[in-house]
Design a protein around this ligand. Sequence first.
Ligand code: PLP
Length: 370
Amino acid sequence: MNRFEQLAAPGVRKLQPYQPGKPIEELEREYGVSDVVKLASNENPLGPSPRALEALQARAADLARYPDGNGFELKQALSRHLDVEVEQITLGNGSNDVLELVARAFATPKDEVVFSEHAFAVYPIVTQAIGARPVAAKAKNWGHDLEAMAAAVTERTRLIFIANPNNPTGTWVDAEALERFIAALPEHVIVVVDEAYFEFAADPEAGVEGYPDTLQWLGRYPNLIVTRTFSKAYGLAGLRVGYAVSHPDVADLLNRVRQPFNANSAALAAATAALLDEEHLARGLRVNREEMVRLTDAFERIGLTWIPSVGNFVALDLARPAAEVYEGLLREGVIVRPVGAYGMPNHLRISVGLPEENERFLRALENVLG
Ligand SMILES: *Cc1c(COP(=O)(O)O)cnc(C)c1O
């Protein structure tokens, strides 16, 4: 029992902290294994662009200085890259930071926040932390059921989170259905479309038909906020930088609650450089396409099913409690992600790695399954 619990804000009392993927060093410490493969946090297996690393190093000389609190250069680069106005962009210490800014700027303990079952764990956390009421709509085929979400909207709904593609399921909603959903929302509702895996789903080579170009909608729906990140396709998860694109008036409010230097100087410099290295991005997307096929072909051979994914990860159905398979994989030196906390006790989420990492995982999986 935590002796200070009664003093904590009511929302915080019931809060379960976010469970990240197990760090490699922790597995090495606890299990005495080495040469660990981690396919647990949807990181880019190629790492960041070499140009981002160069920019990072160049920045090191200036670490005594505070970062540019307005992130001028990165915003300029994003503005050009995305064809939006600088005033529409809000930078965050990862896009998780932005999700929290949205909750703090718009929701109060009187409000409801709607998201989907099996959706990203950060939505209920930021909702409960501010004391608002989380409302989880039922999913359909593991993905967002926009009709169920629309039905969950009440007069008290202030905020909706939609992950597209969703983590941990890899499912996605198409442009037509999503726009119909947004267009029908009452004016008092802010909708966040979380596009942490945008680059994978929008990759023309991936052939995802009808994946929405939500930035095009911002002019029509001023209550829409699109969030993206440098943590996944750009390989900068360790630096923490993400952003929102919205109506400038929404961005103005997000900036009021934002900490003045939430995006650090190393992150700003590296992200700006990463954005310009389209070749590196394309390499990562190609590895992801090819290796997703390697993984799912092997699942099929083994006789396992999975949820079709347009991200850089896949939820594998073990058709039995996955916790012991997860443990078995740890003993083999392979870290994947259990998703029991997402209401998916029979699944494991596997991030797509390099060819040799995926092979290691598949061998370990076959060993564990016997
Ligand atoms: C990984 C992820 C994020 C972002 O993470 P940051 O590192 O904070 O940018 C946001 N949403 C979803 C659905 C994710 O999976």
